[in-house]
Write a protein that binds this ligand. Sequence first.
Ligand code: URA
Length: 216
Amino acid sequence: MKVTNIGQKNTILKHFLSEIRDVDKQNDSLRFRRNIERIGEVLSYELSKELHFSSKDVTTPLGTKNINLISDRIVLCSVLRAGLPLHQGILNYFDFVENAFISAYRHHLSEDEFDIKVEYLAAPSLEGKTLILADPMLATGKSLVAVYQILKKLGKIDTIHLVSVIAAQEGIDFIKDHFPEDTHLWVATVDQKLNSHGYIVPGLGDAGDLSYGPKL
Ligand code: URA
């Protein structure tokens, strides 16, 4: 698996990341969601450099210009519910793609032990498609692997791009063994550890709750 951590350079992205982490700023949920969107936009721009392009003639009022345009047939799939603002950010740039949604939640067996339940799927065929799979927090990696097990039944996927905002090194190491070798993971930043509840440290807390409020 190829991993691109776009947060290594000093860019405006650091401002968006700092605001989603900062306890004094992250509880403004409108701002939190918009920052996740903005990070999705930056990640999309970087990811677009790895797609396939073919040339097309575009007619202007004054003539014709030959322009290279993306030729991949892309399906953007997000993991509910925390994936929604990231989905929107990616869709702001890749506005011509098909969309898929899948749910994944942690079903706790004990305080520190859980498995992943997938109960909802709305997706087009993935046969021959480029899949962009978005999950803002790559923590244990178990949900990404669980959703991939379902998605791969929808057709032979051509290429997979995984998009996350914050990834834990442990999660990256885990998913490497479960996705095809040519999968490309795009992250905005990498944190070093997980706590005993499988949350990323320092991370930002619960991305779903910060976006949409607490759940039972
Ligand atoms: N999901 C989150 O929202 N935060 C984490 O740290 C891990 C998973």
